[in-house]
Design a protein around this ligand. Structure first.
Ligand code: GLU
Length: 493
């Protein structure tokens, strides 16, 4: 077993954002492709932002897409606890050690003083920043304040001049001026650490070899590296994953559509598609292959394929992947996946596992009827929920304007006549399964044009401008329904 260990460190603040799924996936894939471990750590130090049930829903959705962990709060491991709120004594101990090493100091400034200071700085057009008053307290002052039980926070003592050089695996060396860094808070007066302390301490103690996180954390990078140095710890490798932008170059946001993985699940996106799609948001494989299963990605994913430039979220691309995986799914499984959407739309209800009932007509149908419908739509579906808008005519007589039946250049009377001829022909078929060959032969032999008959037939059966072809639909509906619908159409004209 090697020492490769990566982690996902989510804050339990709600549903999983697509960007966080990408972060989770890249961490998981890098760990797996390097033969290492993937660890889940819950960063719940900001209790105000915490949403109840968020950890469970996170675990569920990650499990659904196939991302699993080797250690974490739900399965344990040698480096727990894996929930930060259960590690407060660890942060306190480490903060005390840092005080002793001179990398941090106690700050007793009151919140009123800090607020006033910030106001004055803002008025003077200076960046609001702690003025380091307590950095120079004498040991005697500190003792006195401690004896007096004055509350304090612990701040990181930043170097006062010079530069800090950090190395990001995707961007190479980045240089920050330390003058731009504040002596920010590491441990609050209630003993709760900030992200800056907790993440460094945990990544170190959990022996994380590669930190993967979104590039919104780049400004924290120099602070974190200085903290590792102040502790005298080795700095892990850092990989800041590029931003995901929408097609117009803006940040992904709720306003522009769904950004939560749960929403995509509800809309009928398959986990395979979301995984394949997310993998390509910032990873460039060596060849132009673009279809990857999770198992393939676990082998082929690599740091070399990662870039630092922003990835573009293109929902059409997601639809392309989803369509692909829908077509790959076998018909039994696809039918099971689609059934809930049909039930939810009130088209059908389940009686037993195999027997169903059409709600409108109370007619009992078998699962095979649904399978046949699914087989017709499988080629065209971009997501599973679309089925609701496409197949209502299989569960109720379609409602449509008579004009839709009229094919180019024909009069109403001609269409009526054509539909009557067609109905007679179909009624007389000895074997309804032969309807396509028999009808086409009949049209050809009698010198009729296909469109003059097949357009009105298709509309009579579906009531739609666009749908699968008339013969396919007719075979699923069965002879009685077909004849009855042709009669209804004739009566409309
Ligand atoms: N808790 C941080 C977040 O949810 C994680 C940042 C990190 O991975 O270090 O954004």
């Amino acid at each position: 077993m090697n020492n490769i260990r990566l982690r996902l460190a989510p804050s339990p603040t709600g549903f999983l954002h697509l960007g966080n799924l990408r972060t989770a996936l890249f961490g998981f894939l890098l760990a797996k492709s390097m033969g290492g471990k993937f660890i889940l750590r819950i960063e719940d130090t900001d209790q105000k932002r915490e949403v109840e049930g968020a950890v469970d829903s996170l675990l569920n959705i990650l499990k659904w897409v196939g991302i699993t962990f080797d250690e974490g709060p739900h399965i344990g491991g040698d480096y727990g606890p894996y929930i930060q709120s259960q590690r407060l004594d660890i942060y306190k101990k480490q903060a005390d050690e840092l005080l002793a090493k001179g990398g941090a100091y106690r700050c007793f400034c009151s919140s009123e003083r800090l607020a006033k200071m910030r106001e004055e700085q803002t008025a003077a057009k200076q960046p609001p920043r702690y003025d380091r008053t307590c950095r120079n307290l004498s040991p005697a002052d500190i003792e006195a304040k401690l004896t007096n039980n004055e509350p304090f926070v612990i701040r990181q003592a930043m170097p006062l001049e010079g530069e800090v050089k950090v190395i990001d695996e995707l961007r190479g060396e980045i240089i920050f001026k330390v003058a731009d860094l504040e002596d920010h808070v590491l441990l609050k007066s209630d003993g709760v650490p900030t992200y800056q302390l907790a993440s460094v301490v945990d990544d170190h103690l959990m022996k994380i070899s590669h930190v993967t996180r979104g590039d919104e954390w780049l400004p924290s990078f120099p602070k974190n590296v200085l903290l590792y140095q102040a502790f005298g710890w080795e700095v892990p490798k850092f990989i800041h994953l590029p931003l995901i932008l929408n097609k117009t170059g803006g940040k992904l946001s709720k306003r522009q559509g769904d950004v939560f993985v749960e929403d995509y699940k509800t809309r009928g996106y398959l986990p395979e598609a979301l995984i394949n799609f997310c993998a390509m948001l910032g990873w460039h494989p060596k060849t132009d292959k673009e279809i990857f299963t999770l198992a393939e990605l676990e082998k082929e994913f690599n740091i070399e394929g990662l870039g630092a430039s922003p990835a573009v979220f293109d929902e059409e691309k997601l639809d392309f992947y989803n369509g692909h995986y829908i077509r790959q799914t076998n018909i039994e499984k696809l039918t099971e996946l689609i059934l809930p959407y049909l039930v939810e739309s009130n088209f059908i209800e389940r009686i037993t596992n195999y027997d169903l009932r059409i709600k409108k007509t109370a007619k009992t149908i078998s699962l095979d009827y649904i399978k046949a419908i699914v087989a017709l739509e499988q080629e065209r579906l971009k997501n599973l929920s679309e089925i609701k808008d496409r197949v209502s005519y299989f569960f109720e007589e379609p409602d449509y304007e008579a004009d839709l039946l009229i094919w180019k250049g024909l009069s109403r009377a001609q269409v009526k006549n054509n539909l009557s001829e067609l109905k007679d022909k179909l009624e007389s078929l000895p074997d309804f399964n032969q309807l396509e060959t028999a009808t086409l032969a009949w049209l050809k032999d009698s010198g009729k044009k296909n469109g003059d008959y097949l357009w009105p037939m298709r509309v009579a059966l579906t009531g739609l401008k666009a749908s699968p072809g008339p013969f396919e639909v007719a075979l699923v509906l069965g002879k009685d329904q077909v004849i009855s619908r042709l009669k209804t159409a004739i009566a409309k004209l």
